[in-house]
Design a protein around this ligand. Sequence first.
Ligand code: ATP
Length: 421
Amino acid sequence: MNLARELDERLPSSVVQALRTVGVIAESLGMTAFVVGGFVRDLLLGTPTLDVDIVAEGDGTKLAQALARQWGGTVTLHERFLTATLHWAMGRWDVATARKERYPQPAALPEVEPATIADDLWRRDFSVNAMAICLSPDRFGELIDPTGGYGDLQKGIIRILHDGSFVDDPTRIFRAVRYEQRFGFRMDAKTLRLLYQARNESWLMRLSRDRIKHELWRTLQERDPTKPLWRLWQWGILRVVAPELRITKARLQWLKQIGEWLRWHQGHFPDEALQREWALLLSLLPTADAVMTFCQRYQLGEWERQSGSALLRALRSRLPKRPSGWVRKFNPLPLEVALALAARRSSVAKESWQRYFLEWRLTRPDITGEALRAHGIEGRAIAVGLQAALAAKLDENADAAEQLRVALRAARCFLRRSGLR
Ligand code: ATP
């Protein structure tokens, strides 16, 4: 089967051209190059990604360096795994040496040695991820599918490639659930049986915390994380790796809403970086103890701990009436917490939340501390005055002159009360 037409029709021509160049350069080095994995799967599904994974029969690190010379860009080498990452104008491309793997013990990282493309595909997680497209000039577009991935893709099946797959690498349990739910596929009977077995035998517990966290985070990065999370919960997997998470339909509904608020926010403020995964997870941590335990288990920092407890506190209190109250209450909190709150409470105050994020939280008074200093105000009274000016602007739409009057009154009152005047 040849996929040259699908490549041409479904991808930008610059990407296809670059893939052809990879084939030519590989050949000039005496190698054969392939594009593999999720790229091939998604191309066949008709939802192509630009996440390119190249595998070379030959030294992939040399190929990556040759490509960087051709195109410009930088190469990071991961010699132990015979792979390299090329950062160039089209993003981040992984270039690997076709290899075999051996697991010295379950759940450990594998030992690797160079091999053929077929060997490389057989070591992969599932048949639908184990296809390659040849990039050589005379075979460009040829599908390499030794494990029957194309058939499984058409039938909608997630299938492991050997019986020990989940034991060798229990992260595949999470991966299987993710793909199954993302594509609306199902696991074949044997894959499912072996997944249950690996779970029962608690192979999961042998994974390092970092690897489990990575899987949890990747699950949260799905377009709709509620589906795989529910599955992981139903199958008792979350109970093993994070028993403090509380998964209910209502909480997952909340998580979904947080996702929508995050997307909404991202649409308006694309440059404001947020801890997306953490914002979503907040909906699943029901108590201060749960926050603490989760943070300890996955070595999260003070910021996560504090934001978790801040959310729990804020959930117990009412929404403020005036815009200035919103600013006073929510501006000191991380934006992730405010978005999680919005998601929980938006049915009653959606418009206020939107105005808070778009407008109120970013509003500044039209006067500065200098203006107050010019009237003899000093120290903390300046902050008090500016806060009053902001409130007048937000709540009463006061102009700059009025804001100054209000600010001076508030500052003087503060000084009198604190006995400074
Ligand atoms: P996604 O769309 O989730 O990013 P992907 O298929 O691109 O999917 P990656 O995690 O980027 O997933 O991995 C790239 C490829 O490497 C996979 O398609 C698969 O062939 C292989 N792979 C990744 N993780 C494993 C694993 N744990 N065991 C075996 N093969 C794996």
